[in-house]
Design a binder for this molecule. Structure first.
Ligand code: ATP
Ligand code: MG
Length: 366
C-alpha cells in the first residue's frame, strides 16, 4: 500500500469518527515504520511508548469477552499479563529474528498465499533454556500482528484431574480461535511428561491427539505457539506438526551488551563498565542477568552507595573468579578491551591471556 493510500484511510477513519479503528491503524503503521526504518526510531518510538498504556498493553489484552474459567474453581485458565519490555524494536539473534519476521511477512501476504493454495505459518514451536526470551518473543509476535495474546500454562492445567484438563484445554483453544488470538502453550513438554502415568493413559492419549490435530488445523487468522525447556521430551512426530521450530540460544556477548545498554541507560552511561559486565554475564540468560542487576541496584540503595561503585566492586570480585579457560573467547574480549583503550597489562589481567598474546592481538590490529 502506498503512503497516500494509508493517509486517505486514516483521514477517512478520523472523519467518520471511527476513533478506535483510527488509533489501531495509526499504531500498526507506526510499528511497521519503526521496524522498517530504524533511523526513524528516535521520532517513532517515543510516540508508541507514550501511548503504551492506552495502546500496546490494551492491544495485547483485547479482552472483548470474559476469559474462560475452570468450571469448578472459577479460576481463569489463561494469563494475559505481558512484560512491559515488549516493544517493537526488541531484537533476537539473526536466525531467530528471521523466522519471527517470516511469520509476520506471510501474514501480510496471506491473501496472495491463499490464492496460490498455500497457508501462512500458523504454528511455531519455541525451545530453549528458561529466561532466554521465548515468552517475550511470543508477546512480540502478538504485538506486531496486532492480535490479542493469551498464555496457557500446560503444566498447571495438566496437574489437575485429567478429565477436567481435557475440557479446560478445549475451552481455551476454542476461545483463542474465536478471538483470532496468538495463543502460547507454555511448558508444552507437560503433555509428554504425563504419558507414562498409570491410570489415565486413555484420556491422555485422546488429549494429545486433540492437541496435535489442533496444530495441523490452526486457522490462518490466529497463531499457535508452543514453548518448551525440554525439547528432548517431545518426540519427532510432535515437532513435525509445527510449521516452524525456533531454538532460542543463550544471549551472545553482543546481545548482552545491547540488553544492558537499553536497561541501564538511565542509570549508567559508562560504556567501559557495560562492556566488562557483558563479558562477565556471558553464559547467563536474560532472566539471570535481570535478577543480578536488580540485586545490585537494591544493594546500592540499602547501603547508600552509588550504583557505579557497587558495580565496580562487583566487577572486580567477579573478574577474579572468571573462568578464563576458553582462550578463543578471551581473545575476542581482549579485542574489545583494546578497542576501548584498556592498557595491555589490564587486558592481560582481565582475560588471563599472557602479555605476549595480548601484544600480538594489538599488533594484528595495526
Ligand atoms: N531479546 C530480548 N531482548 C531484551 N530482553 C530480553 C530478550 N529476551 C529475553 N529478555 C528478558 O528476559 C526476560 C525473560 O524472558 P522470557 O520470560 O521471555 O523467557 P522464557 O524463555 O519464556 O523463559 P521460561 O522458559 O522460563 O518461560 C524478559 O522479561 C526480558 O526481560
Ligand atoms: Mg516463558
Amino acid at each position: 500500500m502506498k503512503d497516500f493510500d494509508k493517509f486517505i484511510i486514516l483521514a477517512e477513519l478520523i472523519l467518520d469518527s471511527k476513533n478506535e479503528d483510527a488509533v489501531k491503524f495509526a499504531r500498526q503503521n507506526l510499528m511497521k515504520l519503526a521496524k522498517m526504518y530504524p533511523e526513524l526510531n528516535d521520532r517513532v518510538l517515543p510516540i508508541i511508548k507514550k501511548n503504551k498504556s492506552a495502546g500496546i498493553t490494551k492491544s495485547l489484552r483485547f479482552a472483548k469477552q470474559p476469559l474462560p474459567v475452570d468450571q469448578d474453581s472459577r479460576l481463569e485458565l489463561i494469563k494475559t499479563t505481558i512484560s512491559s519490555k515488549v516493544l517493537p524494536e526488541t531484537r533476537w539473534p539473526e536466525n531467530v529474528q528471521n523466522i519471527l519476521d517470516e511469520t509476520i511477512r506471510e501474514r501480510e501476504f496471506e491473501e496472495k498465499l491463499v490464492k496460490a493454495g498455500l497457508k501462512p505459518i500458523t504454528s511455531v514451536i519455541f525451545s530453549g533454556p528458561p529466561g532466554v526470551g521465548k515468552t517475550l518473543a511470543a508477546a512480540w509476535l502478538a504485538l506486531m500482528l496486532n492480535k490479542p495474546f493469551y498464555v496457557l500454562d500446560l503444566s498447571a492445567v495438566m496437574s489437575s484431574y485429567l478429565g477436567r484438563t481435557g475440557n479446560n484445554i478445549r475451552t481455551v483453544i476454542d476461545f483463542a480461535k474465536s478471538q483470532s488470538a496468538v495463543l502460547l502453550l507454555d511448558e508444552f513438554d507437560a503433555i509428554a511428561k504425563r504419558r507414562d502415568d498409570g491410570g489415565e493413559i486413555g484420556e491422555l492419549k485422546r488429549l494429545v491427539t486433540v492437541l496435535l490435530q489442533e496444530i495441523d488445523e490452526w486457522p490462518n487468522d490466529g497463531l499457535l505457539i508452543a514453548a518448551t525447556n525440554h525439547e528432548e521430551l517431545l518426540d519427532p512426530a510432535v515437532w513435525r506438526r509445527f510449521d516452524r521450530t525456533i531454538a532460542f540460544p543463550y544471549p551472545s556477548y553482543d546481545d548482552i551488551l545491547k540488553f544492558l545498554q537499553s536497561n541501564l541507560l538511565e542509570k549508567l552511561n559508562d560504556e567501559n563498565t557495560l562492556i566488562l559486565l557483558s563479558i562477565l554475564f556471558k553464559g547467563s540468560t536474560y532472566a539471570e542477568i535481570d535478577k543480578e542487576i536488580n540485586t545490585l541496584r537494591k544493594k546500592s540503595i540499602l547501603s547508600d552507595t552509588y550504583f557505579v561503585d557497587v558495580l565496580d566492586s562487583y566487577i572486580e570480585s567477579s573478574l577474579e573468579n572468571m573462568n578464563k579457560s576458553d582462550k578463543s573467547e578471551m581473545k575476542n574480549y581482549a579485542d574489545n578491551l583494546i578497542d576501548l583503550g584498556f592498557s595491555q597489562r589490564k587486558v592481560s589481567d582481565i582475560t588471563g591471556l599472557s602479555r605476549p598474546t595480548v601484544k600480538k592481538i594489538v599488533e594484528s590490529k595495526l
